[in-house]
Design a protein around this ligand. Structure first.
Ligand code: ARG
Length: 603
Protein backbone atom coordinates (compact mmCIF):
# COMPACT_ATOMS: atom_id res chain seq x y z
CA UNK A 1 0.00 0.00 0.00
CA UNK A 2 1.39 3.40 -0.99
CA UNK A 3 1.99 6.14 1.51
CA UNK A 4 -0.54 8.46 -0.08
CA UNK A 5 -3.29 5.91 0.49
CA UNK A 6 -2.64 6.06 4.21
CA UNK A 7 -3.04 9.80 4.26
CA UNK A 8 -6.17 9.64 2.14
CA UNK A 9 -8.31 7.34 4.23
CA UNK A 10 -7.88 8.00 7.91
CA UNK A 11 -8.23 6.72 10.47
CA UNK A 12 -5.75 4.22 9.18
CA UNK A 13 -6.55 1.39 11.60
CA UNK A 14 -10.11 1.26 10.28
CA UNK A 15 -8.89 0.38 6.85
CA UNK A 16 -7.31 -2.78 8.12
CA UNK A 17 -10.77 -3.89 9.22
CA UNK A 18 -12.49 -2.67 6.07
CA UNK A 19 -10.34 -3.23 2.98
CA UNK A 20 -13.59 -2.66 1.06
CA UNK A 21 -13.27 1.06 1.74
CA UNK A 22 -9.85 1.08 0.22
CA UNK A 23 -11.08 0.22 -3.24
CA UNK A 24 -13.31 2.36 -5.40
CA UNK A 25 -14.31 5.18 -3.21
CA UNK A 26 -16.76 6.59 -2.20
CA UNK A 27 -18.66 3.37 -2.68
CA UNK A 28 -22.20 2.78 -3.81
CA UNK A 29 -23.52 0.60 -0.98
CA UNK A 30 -26.53 -0.66 -2.84
CA UNK A 31 -24.46 -1.53 -5.90
CA UNK A 32 -21.83 -3.28 -3.81
CA UNK A 33 -24.46 -5.46 -2.15
CA UNK A 34 -26.17 -6.06 -5.47
CA UNK A 35 -22.97 -7.30 -7.09
CA UNK A 36 -21.98 -9.51 -4.17
CA UNK A 37 -25.40 -11.13 -3.70
CA UNK A 38 -25.91 -11.53 -7.45
CA UNK A 39 -22.63 -13.39 -7.48
CA UNK A 40 -23.92 -15.71 -4.76
CA UNK A 41 -27.11 -16.28 -6.78
CA UNK A 42 -25.05 -17.16 -9.84
CA UNK A 43 -22.87 -19.55 -7.85
CA UNK A 44 -25.78 -21.38 -6.29
CA UNK A 45 -27.87 -21.62 -9.45
CA UNK A 46 -25.03 -22.25 -11.88
CA UNK A 47 -26.44 -19.48 -14.03
CA UNK A 48 -25.09 -16.11 -14.95
CA UNK A 49 -26.63 -12.67 -14.91
CA UNK A 50 -28.82 -13.26 -11.87
CA UNK A 51 -30.19 -10.15 -10.19
CA UNK A 52 -30.18 -9.70 -6.43
CA UNK A 53 -32.71 -6.85 -6.57
CA UNK A 54 -31.26 -5.04 -3.57
CA UNK A 55 -33.28 -2.12 -2.19
CA UNK A 56 -33.15 -0.13 1.01
CA UNK A 57 -35.29 -2.00 3.55
CA UNK A 58 -38.95 -1.01 3.57
CA UNK A 59 -39.05 -1.25 7.33
CA UNK A 60 -35.90 -0.38 9.30
CA UNK A 61 -36.89 -2.92 11.95
CA UNK A 62 -35.92 -5.70 9.57
CA UNK A 63 -32.65 -4.25 8.44
CA UNK A 64 -30.99 -1.62 6.33
CA UNK A 65 -31.20 -3.29 2.94
CA UNK A 66 -33.06 -6.24 1.56
CA UNK A 67 -32.39 -8.47 -1.45
CA UNK A 68 -35.50 -9.69 -3.23
CA UNK A 69 -33.92 -11.63 -6.08
CA UNK A 70 -34.26 -15.12 -4.61
CA UNK A 71 -38.00 -15.44 -5.24
CA UNK A 72 -37.79 -14.74 -8.96
CA UNK A 73 -34.88 -17.13 -9.40
CA UNK A 74 -36.61 -19.88 -7.41
CA UNK A 75 -39.60 -19.57 -9.69
CA UNK A 76 -37.42 -19.87 -12.79
CA UNK A 77 -35.65 -22.91 -11.40
CA UNK A 78 -38.80 -24.48 -9.94
CA UNK A 79 -37.18 -24.60 -6.53
CA UNK A 80 -38.41 -23.87 -3.05
CA UNK A 81 -37.53 -20.19 -2.41
CA UNK A 82 -36.73 -20.64 1.28
CA UNK A 83 -34.29 -23.46 0.49
CA UNK A 84 -32.70 -21.56 -2.34
CA UNK A 85 -32.52 -18.49 -0.10
CA UNK A 86 -30.70 -20.42 2.60
CA UNK A 87 -28.15 -21.66 0.09
CA UNK A 88 -27.62 -18.17 -1.33
CA UNK A 89 -27.24 -16.73 2.13
CA UNK A 90 -24.65 -19.36 3.06
CA UNK A 91 -22.78 -18.59 -0.16
CA UNK A 92 -22.87 -14.84 0.47
CA UNK A 93 -21.62 -15.39 4.03
CA UNK A 94 -18.47 -16.98 2.60
CA UNK A 95 -17.70 -13.69 0.84
CA UNK A 96 -15.25 -11.68 3.01
CA UNK A 97 -17.23 -8.60 2.04
CA UNK A 98 -20.24 -9.86 3.99
CA UNK A 99 -18.20 -9.97 7.18
CA UNK A 100 -16.95 -6.43 6.68
CA UNK A 101 -20.34 -4.93 5.95
CA UNK A 102 -22.95 -6.85 7.82
CA UNK A 103 -23.80 -7.24 11.47
CA UNK A 104 -26.64 -9.58 10.70
CA UNK A 105 -27.89 -11.42 7.63
CA UNK A 106 -31.24 -13.09 7.78
CA UNK A 107 -33.60 -15.01 5.58
CA UNK A 108 -37.16 -13.76 5.99
CA UNK A 109 -40.66 -14.23 4.60
CA UNK A 110 -40.88 -16.18 1.37
CA UNK A 111 -37.15 -15.70 0.68
CA UNK A 112 -35.98 -12.14 1.29
CA UNK A 113 -32.48 -11.61 2.55
CA UNK A 114 -32.35 -8.88 5.17
CA UNK A 115 -29.09 -7.08 5.73
CA UNK A 116 -28.21 -5.17 8.87
CA UNK A 117 -25.05 -3.13 8.44
CA UNK A 118 -22.29 -2.79 10.99
CA UNK A 119 -22.15 0.56 12.78
CA UNK A 120 -18.34 0.33 12.67
CA UNK A 121 -18.47 -0.01 8.93
CA UNK A 122 -20.80 2.97 8.60
CA UNK A 123 -18.48 5.05 10.79
CA UNK A 124 -15.41 4.08 8.80
CA UNK A 125 -17.17 4.79 5.49
CA UNK A 126 -18.24 8.24 6.69
CA UNK A 127 -14.81 9.05 8.05
CA UNK A 128 -13.30 8.14 4.72
CA UNK A 129 -15.37 10.93 3.12
CA UNK A 130 -13.48 13.65 4.91
CA UNK A 131 -11.79 15.92 2.40
CA UNK A 132 -13.01 13.69 -0.41
CA UNK A 133 -15.81 13.93 -2.95
CA UNK A 134 -19.14 12.65 -1.65
CA UNK A 135 -19.67 10.66 -4.84
CA UNK A 136 -16.94 9.23 -7.05
CA UNK A 137 -16.69 10.37 -10.67
CA UNK A 138 -17.77 7.83 -13.25
CA UNK A 139 -15.28 5.31 -14.54
CA UNK A 140 -17.03 5.32 -17.93
CA UNK A 141 -17.44 8.95 -18.97
CA UNK A 142 -19.37 8.39 -22.21
CA UNK A 143 -20.50 11.37 -24.31
CA UNK A 144 -23.90 12.58 -23.28
CA UNK A 145 -25.79 15.29 -25.15
CA UNK A 146 -28.61 17.00 -23.31
CA UNK A 147 -31.22 19.01 -25.18
CA UNK A 148 -33.21 21.28 -22.88
CA UNK A 149 -34.92 24.65 -22.57
CA UNK A 150 -35.14 25.14 -26.36
CA UNK A 151 -37.65 27.93 -26.06
CA UNK A 152 -39.39 29.60 -28.95
CA UNK A 153 -37.56 32.89 -29.47
CA UNK A 154 -40.50 34.58 -31.16
CA UNK A 155 -42.12 35.05 -27.77
CA UNK A 156 -41.14 35.88 -24.25
CA UNK A 157 -40.19 33.11 -21.85
CA UNK A 158 -43.29 32.00 -19.96
CA UNK A 159 -44.13 29.37 -17.36
CA UNK A 160 -44.52 26.72 -20.03
CA UNK A 161 -40.75 26.92 -20.55
CA UNK A 162 -39.92 26.41 -16.94
CA UNK A 163 -40.01 22.64 -16.65
CA UNK A 164 -37.64 21.75 -19.47
CA UNK A 165 -35.22 24.45 -18.36
CA UNK A 166 -35.17 23.53 -14.68
CA UNK A 167 -35.31 19.74 -15.02
CA UNK A 168 -32.75 19.74 -17.81
CA UNK A 169 -30.38 21.93 -15.84
CA UNK A 170 -30.56 19.67 -12.78
CA UNK A 171 -29.72 16.64 -14.91
CA UNK A 172 -26.92 18.47 -16.69
CA UNK A 173 -25.43 19.58 -13.36
CA UNK A 174 -25.61 16.01 -12.05
CA UNK A 175 -23.86 14.66 -15.13
CA UNK A 176 -21.23 17.37 -14.74
CA UNK A 177 -20.65 16.42 -11.14
CA UNK A 178 -20.20 12.76 -12.03
CA UNK A 179 -17.63 13.66 -14.67
CA UNK A 180 -19.60 13.02 -17.87
CA UNK A 181 -18.94 16.51 -19.22
CA UNK A 182 -22.39 16.59 -20.86
CA UNK A 183 -22.81 18.64 -24.01
CA UNK A 184 -25.67 21.07 -23.51
CA UNK A 185 -27.69 21.88 -26.61
CA UNK A 186 -30.20 24.69 -26.54
CA UNK A 187 -32.45 23.87 -29.49
CA UNK A 188 -34.04 27.33 -29.66
CA UNK A 189 -37.00 27.75 -31.97
CA UNK A 190 -35.63 30.60 -34.12
CA UNK A 191 -36.80 29.64 -37.59
CA UNK A 192 -40.03 29.14 -39.49
CA UNK A 193 -43.31 30.93 -40.16
CA UNK A 194 -43.45 33.10 -37.06
CA UNK A 195 -40.21 34.78 -38.04
CA UNK A 196 -41.52 35.65 -41.48
CA UNK A 197 -44.32 37.47 -39.70
CA UNK A 198 -42.04 39.25 -37.26
CA UNK A 199 -39.73 40.37 -40.07
CA UNK A 200 -42.71 41.75 -42.02
CA UNK A 201 -43.72 43.67 -38.93
CA UNK A 202 -40.22 45.03 -38.45
CA UNK A 203 -40.14 46.10 -42.11
CA UNK A 204 -43.11 48.35 -41.39
CA UNK A 205 -41.46 50.16 -38.50
CA UNK A 206 -40.41 53.76 -39.19
CA UNK A 207 -36.78 54.43 -40.15
CA UNK A 208 -34.42 54.98 -37.21
CA UNK A 209 -36.73 53.15 -34.91
CA UNK A 210 -35.27 51.82 -31.65
CA UNK A 211 -35.84 48.09 -31.97
CA UNK A 212 -34.43 47.25 -28.55
CA UNK A 213 -37.03 49.50 -26.94
CA UNK A 214 -39.83 47.95 -29.01
CA UNK A 215 -38.71 44.51 -28.06
CA UNK A 216 -38.41 45.29 -24.36
CA UNK A 217 -41.85 43.72 -24.21
CA UNK A 218 -41.44 40.86 -26.65
CA UNK A 219 -44.85 39.48 -25.89
CA UNK A 220 -46.75 42.61 -26.96
CA UNK A 221 -44.58 42.94 -30.04
CA UNK A 222 -45.42 39.39 -31.04
CA UNK A 223 -49.12 39.94 -30.43
CA UNK A 224 -49.17 43.13 -32.45
CA UNK A 225 -47.49 41.34 -35.36
CA UNK A 226 -49.97 38.49 -35.07
CA UNK A 227 -52.92 40.91 -35.14
CA UNK A 228 -51.54 42.42 -38.38
CA UNK A 229 -51.07 38.94 -39.80
CA UNK A 230 -54.62 37.84 -39.01
CA UNK A 231 -56.24 41.07 -40.20
CA UNK A 232 -54.41 41.85 -43.43
CA UNK A 233 -54.01 39.21 -46.17
CA UNK A 234 -51.40 41.32 -47.96
CA UNK A 235 -49.31 41.44 -44.80
CA UNK A 236 -49.74 37.68 -44.39
CA UNK A 237 -48.48 37.14 -47.93
CA UNK A 238 -45.43 39.28 -47.19
CA UNK A 239 -44.83 37.28 -44.05
CA UNK A 240 -44.95 34.00 -45.95
CA UNK A 241 -42.68 35.35 -48.65
CA UNK A 242 -40.22 36.34 -45.92
CA UNK A 243 -40.04 32.78 -44.70
CA UNK A 244 -39.00 31.56 -48.12
CA UNK A 245 -36.50 34.43 -48.47
CA UNK A 246 -35.07 33.69 -45.04
CA UNK A 247 -34.58 30.02 -45.84
CA UNK A 248 -32.92 31.00 -49.12
CA UNK A 249 -30.51 33.31 -47.28
CA UNK A 250 -31.83 36.74 -48.34
CA UNK A 251 -29.47 39.32 -46.78
CA UNK A 252 -32.09 41.91 -45.71
CA UNK A 253 -34.34 39.36 -44.12
CA UNK A 254 -31.41 37.72 -42.39
CA UNK A 255 -30.28 41.05 -40.97
CA UNK A 256 -33.65 41.84 -39.40
CA UNK A 257 -34.04 38.27 -38.23
CA UNK A 258 -30.59 38.38 -36.58
CA UNK A 259 -31.38 41.61 -34.75
CA UNK A 260 -34.60 40.17 -33.45
CA UNK A 261 -32.97 36.90 -32.36
CA UNK A 262 -30.10 38.63 -30.59
CA UNK A 263 -32.45 40.73 -28.51
CA UNK A 264 -34.68 37.77 -27.74
CA UNK A 265 -31.70 35.64 -26.69
CA UNK A 266 -30.52 38.46 -24.42
CA UNK A 267 -33.94 38.44 -22.69
CA UNK A 268 -33.71 34.73 -22.28
CA UNK A 269 -30.15 34.86 -20.94
CA UNK A 270 -31.17 37.43 -18.33
CA UNK A 271 -33.75 34.94 -17.09
CA UNK A 272 -31.29 32.05 -17.11
CA UNK A 273 -29.01 34.18 -14.96
CA UNK A 274 -31.81 35.13 -12.62
CA UNK A 275 -32.81 31.50 -12.23
CA UNK A 276 -29.25 30.21 -11.98
CA UNK A 277 -29.45 28.11 -15.13
CA UNK A 278 -26.09 26.99 -16.51
CA UNK A 279 -27.00 27.63 -20.16
CA UNK A 280 -25.15 30.32 -22.09
CA UNK A 281 -24.27 31.36 -25.63
CA UNK A 282 -21.88 28.42 -26.01
CA UNK A 283 -24.84 26.05 -25.83
CA UNK A 284 -27.00 27.74 -28.43
CA UNK A 285 -27.61 25.30 -31.26
CA UNK A 286 -30.94 26.57 -32.62
CA UNK A 287 -33.13 25.30 -35.41
CA UNK A 288 -31.50 27.71 -37.87
CA UNK A 289 -28.15 25.98 -37.32
CA UNK A 290 -29.52 22.97 -39.19
CA UNK A 291 -30.90 24.91 -42.16
CA UNK A 292 -27.98 24.01 -44.41
CA UNK A 293 -28.23 20.37 -43.50
CA UNK A 294 -31.89 19.79 -44.25
CA UNK A 295 -31.45 19.07 -47.92
CA UNK A 296 -28.99 16.28 -47.20
CA UNK A 297 -31.44 14.77 -44.73
CA UNK A 298 -33.94 14.59 -47.55
CA UNK A 299 -31.40 13.22 -49.98
CA UNK A 300 -30.36 10.50 -47.56
CA UNK A 301 -33.98 9.48 -46.97
CA UNK A 302 -34.57 9.40 -50.71
CA UNK A 303 -31.51 7.27 -51.47
CA UNK A 304 -32.69 4.76 -48.90
CA UNK A 305 -36.14 4.57 -50.41
CA UNK A 306 -37.78 5.89 -47.27
CA UNK A 307 -39.60 8.82 -48.90
CA UNK A 308 -43.17 8.68 -50.16
CA UNK A 309 -44.99 11.55 -51.79
CA UNK A 310 -48.39 12.18 -50.26
CA UNK A 311 -50.59 15.12 -51.35
CA UNK A 312 -47.46 16.75 -52.73
CA UNK A 313 -45.57 16.51 -49.43
CA UNK A 314 -42.54 14.30 -48.80
CA UNK A 315 -43.25 11.82 -46.02
CA UNK A 316 -41.82 8.81 -44.26
CA UNK A 317 -44.34 6.07 -43.44
CA UNK A 318 -43.28 3.63 -40.76
CA UNK A 319 -45.43 0.63 -39.85
CA UNK A 320 -44.97 1.13 -36.14
CA UNK A 321 -46.96 4.37 -36.26
CA UNK A 322 -50.33 2.93 -37.19
CA UNK A 323 -53.31 4.51 -35.46
CA UNK A 324 -56.43 2.69 -34.22
CA UNK A 325 -57.93 2.66 -37.69
CA UNK A 326 -54.82 0.97 -39.03
CA UNK A 327 -53.61 4.07 -40.88
CA UNK A 328 -50.02 5.16 -40.50
CA UNK A 329 -49.37 8.66 -39.16
CA UNK A 330 -46.56 9.77 -41.46
CA UNK A 331 -43.59 11.95 -40.59
CA UNK A 332 -43.75 14.89 -42.98
CA UNK A 333 -40.27 16.10 -43.88
CA UNK A 334 -40.99 18.55 -46.69
CA UNK A 335 -44.10 20.52 -47.46
CA UNK A 336 -45.59 20.97 -50.95
CA UNK A 337 -44.00 24.45 -51.21
CA UNK A 338 -40.57 22.95 -50.51
CA UNK A 339 -40.42 24.18 -46.90
CA UNK A 340 -38.91 21.89 -44.30
CA UNK A 341 -40.48 21.03 -40.97
CA UNK A 342 -39.74 20.71 -37.28
CA UNK A 343 -39.19 16.96 -37.79
CA UNK A 344 -36.66 17.52 -40.57
CA UNK A 345 -34.63 19.75 -38.27
CA UNK A 346 -34.76 17.14 -35.53
CA UNK A 347 -33.48 14.49 -37.92
CA UNK A 348 -30.56 16.73 -38.86
CA UNK A 349 -29.93 17.36 -35.16
CA UNK A 350 -29.80 13.63 -34.42
CA UNK A 351 -27.27 13.08 -37.19
CA UNK A 352 -25.18 15.96 -35.86
CA UNK A 353 -25.30 14.75 -32.26
CA UNK A 354 -24.55 11.12 -33.02
CA UNK A 355 -22.03 11.53 -35.79
CA UNK A 356 -20.27 14.81 -35.04
CA UNK A 357 -20.66 15.10 -31.28
CA UNK A 358 -20.20 11.31 -30.93
CA UNK A 359 -22.97 11.03 -28.39
CA UNK A 360 -23.60 7.67 -26.75
CA UNK A 361 -26.71 9.09 -25.13
CA UNK A 362 -28.91 11.96 -26.26
CA UNK A 363 -31.38 13.22 -23.65
CA UNK A 364 -34.41 15.23 -24.77
CA UNK A 365 -36.02 17.14 -21.93
CA UNK A 366 -39.21 17.87 -23.81
CA UNK A 367 -42.92 18.21 -22.99
CA UNK A 368 -44.99 14.99 -23.04
CA UNK A 369 -47.12 16.48 -25.82
CA UNK A 370 -44.20 15.96 -28.19
CA UNK A 371 -43.95 12.23 -27.42
CA UNK A 372 -45.25 11.07 -30.78
CA UNK A 373 -43.07 13.57 -32.62
CA UNK A 374 -39.94 12.37 -30.84
CA UNK A 375 -40.81 8.68 -31.10
CA UNK A 376 -41.23 9.19 -34.84
CA UNK A 377 -38.02 11.09 -35.44
CA UNK A 378 -36.10 8.59 -33.30
CA UNK A 379 -37.50 5.72 -35.38
CA UNK A 380 -36.78 7.43 -38.70
CA UNK A 381 -33.29 8.36 -37.54
CA UNK A 382 -32.57 4.73 -36.69
CA UNK A 383 -33.96 3.45 -39.96
CA UNK A 384 -31.99 5.96 -41.98
CA UNK A 385 -28.80 5.45 -39.96
CA UNK A 386 -28.63 9.07 -38.75
CA UNK A 387 -28.40 7.60 -35.26
CA UNK A 388 -25.63 5.07 -34.84
CA UNK A 389 -26.84 1.79 -33.28
CA UNK A 390 -24.82 2.37 -30.11
CA UNK A 391 -26.33 5.81 -29.54
CA UNK A 392 -29.23 5.85 -27.10
CA UNK A 393 -32.00 8.41 -27.74
CA UNK A 394 -34.09 9.12 -24.65
CA UNK A 395 -37.15 11.29 -24.34
CA UNK A 396 -37.26 12.66 -20.78
CA UNK A 397 -40.87 13.61 -20.90
CA UNK A 398 -42.71 15.87 -18.47
CA UNK A 399 -46.27 16.91 -17.74
CA UNK A 400 -47.94 20.30 -17.50
CA UNK A 401 -47.89 22.83 -14.70
CA UNK A 402 -51.51 23.25 -13.61
CA UNK A 403 -53.28 26.08 -11.80
CA UNK A 404 -55.60 25.47 -8.85
CA UNK A 405 -58.51 25.23 -11.27
CA UNK A 406 -56.97 22.09 -12.76
CA UNK A 407 -56.17 23.81 -16.06
CA UNK A 408 -52.73 24.82 -17.38
CA UNK A 409 -51.42 27.61 -15.17
CA UNK A 410 -52.45 31.04 -16.54
CA UNK A 411 -53.15 34.56 -15.30
CA UNK A 412 -56.69 35.39 -14.22
CA UNK A 413 -57.42 36.87 -17.61
CA UNK A 414 -56.24 33.66 -19.25
CA UNK A 415 -52.88 34.93 -20.51
CA UNK A 416 -49.70 32.95 -20.16
CA UNK A 417 -47.66 33.97 -17.13
CA UNK A 418 -44.29 35.48 -17.96
CA UNK A 419 -41.45 33.70 -16.27
CA UNK A 420 -39.93 36.94 -15.05
CA UNK A 421 -43.19 37.85 -13.28
CA UNK A 422 -43.37 34.43 -11.68
CA UNK A 423 -39.82 34.74 -10.33
CA UNK A 424 -40.42 38.25 -9.03
CA UNK A 425 -43.63 37.27 -7.31
CA UNK A 426 -41.96 34.30 -5.66
CA UNK A 427 -39.15 36.51 -4.31
CA UNK A 428 -41.70 39.09 -3.09
CA UNK A 429 -43.70 36.43 -1.23
CA UNK A 430 -40.50 34.97 0.21
CA UNK A 431 -39.53 38.45 1.44
CA UNK A 432 -42.69 38.71 3.52
CA UNK A 433 -42.12 35.26 5.00
CA UNK A 434 -38.44 35.74 5.75
CA UNK A 435 -39.10 39.05 7.47
CA UNK A 436 -41.70 37.38 9.65
CA UNK A 437 -39.47 34.46 10.47
CA UNK A 438 -36.37 36.42 11.39
CA UNK A 439 -37.26 40.06 12.15
CA UNK A 440 -33.83 40.81 13.61
CA UNK A 441 -32.00 40.82 10.30
CA UNK A 442 -31.48 43.97 8.28
CA UNK A 443 -33.68 44.77 5.31
CA UNK A 444 -30.79 44.15 2.97
CA UNK A 445 -30.33 40.69 4.47
CA UNK A 446 -34.07 40.03 4.16
CA UNK A 447 -33.92 40.94 0.48
CA UNK A 448 -30.90 38.79 -0.17
CA UNK A 449 -32.33 35.76 1.59
CA UNK A 450 -35.70 36.24 -0.08
CA UNK A 451 -34.14 36.23 -3.53
CA UNK A 452 -32.44 32.91 -2.88
CA UNK A 453 -35.53 31.40 -1.25
CA UNK A 454 -37.89 32.71 -3.92
CA UNK A 455 -35.89 31.26 -6.80
CA UNK A 456 -35.20 28.05 -4.89
CA UNK A 457 -38.93 27.59 -4.27
CA UNK A 458 -39.79 27.97 -7.95
CA UNK A 459 -37.20 25.39 -8.92
CA UNK A 460 -37.71 22.97 -6.08
CA UNK A 461 -41.49 22.82 -6.31
CA UNK A 462 -41.07 21.67 -9.88
CA UNK A 463 -38.14 19.31 -9.36
CA UNK A 464 -39.73 17.60 -6.38
CA UNK A 465 -42.66 16.32 -8.44
CA UNK A 466 -42.31 13.25 -10.61
CA UNK A 467 -41.76 14.82 -14.02
CA UNK A 468 -43.99 12.28 -15.73
CA UNK A 469 -47.15 13.73 -14.24
CA UNK A 470 -48.85 17.09 -14.39
CA UNK A 471 -48.49 19.09 -11.20
CA UNK A 472 -50.40 21.69 -9.31
CA UNK A 473 -48.68 25.02 -8.90
CA UNK A 474 -49.41 26.40 -5.46
CA UNK A 475 -47.68 29.36 -3.82
CA UNK A 476 -48.51 28.36 -0.26
CA UNK A 477 -47.09 24.84 -0.39
CA UNK A 478 -43.97 25.76 -2.29
CA UNK A 479 -43.05 28.52 0.15
CA UNK A 480 -43.94 26.60 3.27
CA UNK A 481 -41.24 25.95 5.86
CA UNK A 482 -42.69 22.51 6.45
CA UNK A 483 -42.78 19.49 4.19
CA UNK A 484 -40.75 18.61 1.14
CA UNK A 485 -40.00 22.21 0.15
CA UNK A 486 -37.06 24.45 -0.61
CA UNK A 487 -37.53 26.63 2.49
CA UNK A 488 -37.54 23.52 4.72
CA UNK A 489 -34.26 22.24 3.27
CA UNK A 490 -32.59 25.63 3.22
CA UNK A 491 -33.63 26.09 6.80
CA UNK A 492 -32.24 22.67 7.79
CA UNK A 493 -28.92 23.59 6.21
CA UNK A 494 -28.77 27.03 7.84
CA UNK A 495 -29.60 25.48 11.19
CA UNK A 496 -26.62 23.11 11.00
CA UNK A 497 -24.34 25.94 10.02
CA UNK A 498 -25.53 27.90 13.02
CA UNK A 499 -24.54 25.03 15.34
CA UNK A 500 -20.96 25.49 14.24
CA UNK A 501 -21.15 29.27 14.63
CA UNK A 502 -22.61 29.07 18.12
CA UNK A 503 -20.04 26.56 19.26
CA UNK A 504 -17.25 28.41 17.51
CA UNK A 505 -16.20 25.08 16.01
CA UNK A 506 -14.38 24.86 12.74
CA UNK A 507 -16.85 23.62 10.12
CA UNK A 508 -14.06 22.07 8.11
CA UNK A 509 -12.15 20.29 10.86
CA UNK A 510 -11.73 16.54 10.79
CA UNK A 511 -14.17 15.08 13.32
CA UNK A 512 -13.97 11.32 13.83
CA UNK A 513 -17.42 9.78 13.59
CA UNK A 514 -18.36 6.80 15.76
CA UNK A 515 -21.94 5.77 15.15
CA UNK A 516 -23.57 4.64 18.39
CA UNK A 517 -27.26 5.51 18.88
CA UNK A 518 -30.12 4.39 16.63
CA UNK A 519 -30.72 7.93 15.38
CA UNK A 520 -27.05 8.27 14.56
CA UNK A 521 -27.08 5.03 12.65
CA UNK A 522 -30.15 6.00 10.66
CA UNK A 523 -28.56 9.32 9.76
CA UNK A 524 -25.23 7.67 8.89
CA UNK A 525 -26.88 5.19 6.56
CA UNK A 526 -28.85 7.94 4.85
CA UNK A 527 -25.67 9.96 4.35
CA UNK A 528 -23.98 6.99 2.71
CA UNK A 529 -26.93 6.56 0.37
CA UNK A 530 -26.16 9.85 -1.35
CA UNK A 531 -23.97 8.01 -3.84
CA UNK A 532 -26.64 5.57 -4.96
CA UNK A 533 -29.18 8.39 -5.17
CA UNK A 534 -27.01 10.55 -7.40
CA UNK A 535 -25.88 7.67 -9.61
CA UNK A 536 -29.49 6.61 -10.09
CA UNK A 537 -30.41 10.18 -11.00
CA UNK A 538 -27.81 10.14 -13.75
CA UNK A 539 -29.38 7.06 -15.28
CA UNK A 540 -33.11 7.50 -14.80
CA UNK A 541 -33.12 11.29 -14.78
CA UNK A 542 -35.80 11.69 -12.11
CA UNK A 543 -34.73 14.65 -9.95
CA UNK A 544 -37.73 14.13 -7.63
CA UNK A 545 -35.89 11.13 -6.20
CA UNK A 546 -32.99 13.32 -5.17
CA UNK A 547 -35.45 15.82 -3.64
CA UNK A 548 -37.08 13.03 -1.67
CA UNK A 549 -33.66 11.85 -0.53
CA UNK A 550 -32.72 15.33 0.71
CA UNK A 551 -36.05 15.72 2.45
CA UNK A 552 -35.59 12.39 4.22
CA UNK A 553 -32.00 13.24 5.06
CA UNK A 554 -33.13 16.47 6.70
CA UNK A 555 -35.80 14.48 8.56
CA UNK A 556 -33.22 12.00 9.85
CA UNK A 557 -31.06 14.91 10.89
CA UNK A 558 -33.88 16.55 12.85
CA UNK A 559 -34.58 13.26 14.67
CA UNK A 560 -30.90 12.81 15.44
CA UNK A 561 -30.61 16.38 16.65
CA UNK A 562 -33.55 15.96 19.00
CA UNK A 563 -32.30 12.68 20.43
CA UNK A 564 -28.58 13.32 20.54
CA UNK A 565 -27.32 16.57 22.04
CA UNK A 566 -24.36 17.82 20.07
CA UNK A 567 -22.76 20.70 21.90
CA UNK A 568 -23.63 19.40 25.34
CA UNK A 569 -22.12 15.99 24.65
CA UNK A 570 -18.65 15.16 25.90
CA UNK A 571 -15.39 14.37 24.14
CA UNK A 572 -15.62 11.75 21.46
CA UNK A 573 -19.43 11.77 21.37
CA UNK A 574 -19.39 15.52 20.78
CA UNK A 575 -16.76 15.17 18.11
CA UNK A 576 -18.63 12.37 16.40
CA UNK A 577 -21.89 14.29 16.41
CA UNK A 578 -20.22 17.38 15.05
CA UNK A 579 -18.88 15.11 12.31
CA UNK A 580 -22.40 13.95 11.50
CA UNK A 581 -23.62 17.57 11.42
CA UNK A 582 -20.77 18.53 9.15
CA UNK A 583 -21.44 15.71 6.69
CA UNK A 584 -25.17 16.37 6.69
CA UNK A 585 -24.53 20.01 5.81
CA UNK A 586 -22.10 19.04 3.06
CA UNK A 587 -24.53 16.52 1.61
CA UNK A 588 -27.48 18.92 1.72
CA UNK A 589 -25.40 21.60 0.05
CA UNK A 590 -24.09 19.29 -2.65
CA UNK A 591 -27.50 17.78 -3.27
CA UNK A 592 -29.14 21.18 -3.60
CA UNK A 593 -26.30 22.32 -5.86
CA UNK A 594 -27.09 19.44 -8.21
CA UNK A 595 -30.64 20.75 -8.35
CA UNK A 596 -29.31 24.22 -9.10
CA UNK A 597 -30.22 25.59 -5.68
CA UNK A 598 -27.92 27.78 -3.61
CA UNK A 599 -27.78 27.41 0.17
CA UNK A 600 -27.87 30.16 2.81
CA UNK A 601 -25.77 30.54 5.94
CA UNK A 602 -28.72 31.94 7.84
CA UNK A 603 -32.34 32.64 7.17
N1 ARG B 1 -38.60 24.63 -29.52
C1 ARG B 1 -39.36 23.47 -29.12
C2 ARG B 1 -40.68 23.92 -28.50
O1 ARG B 1 -40.81 25.08 -28.10
C3 ARG B 1 -38.63 22.59 -28.14
C4 ARG B 1 -37.37 21.99 -28.69
C5 ARG B 1 -37.11 20.65 -28.13
N2 ARG B 1 -35.98 20.01 -28.75
C6 ARG B 1 -35.99 19.37 -29.89
N3 ARG B 1 -34.87 18.88 -30.34
N4 ARG B 1 -37.09 19.22 -30.59
O2 ARG B 1 -41.58 23.14 -28.40
Amino acid sequence: MGFSKIARFPPYFLLLNFPLLNGSHPMNLKQTLETAIAHALNQVSGRSGCQALVTPAKNPQFGDYQANGVMALAKQLGRNPRELGAAVLAEFQRDPLAAQLADKLELAGPGFINIVLKPEFLSAALNALHGERLVATTSAPEHVVIDYSGINLAKEMHVGHLRSTIIGDAIARTLDYLGYAPIRQNHFGDWGTQFGMLIAYMQELPQGNNLSADLADLESFYRAAKRRFDADPAFADLARANVVKLQAGDADCLLLWRRFIDISIAHCQALYDKLGITLNSAHVKPESFYNDRLKSVLDALKVQGLLTESDGAQCVFLDEFKNKEGDITPVIVQKTDGGYLYATTDLAAIAYRCQELHAKRVLYVVDARQSLHLAQVFAVARKAGFATPECQLEHLSFGTMMGKDGKPFKTRSGDTIKLVDLCNESCERAYTLVKEKNPDLSDEQHRQIATTVGIAAVKYSDLSKNRNSDYLFDWDTMLSFEGNTAPYLLYAYARIRSIFRRAECDVDARYAITVAQVEEKALALKLLQFTETVETLASDCLPNQLCLYLYELAGHFMKFYEACPVLKAQDSARESRLGLCQLTARTLQQGLALLGIETLEQM
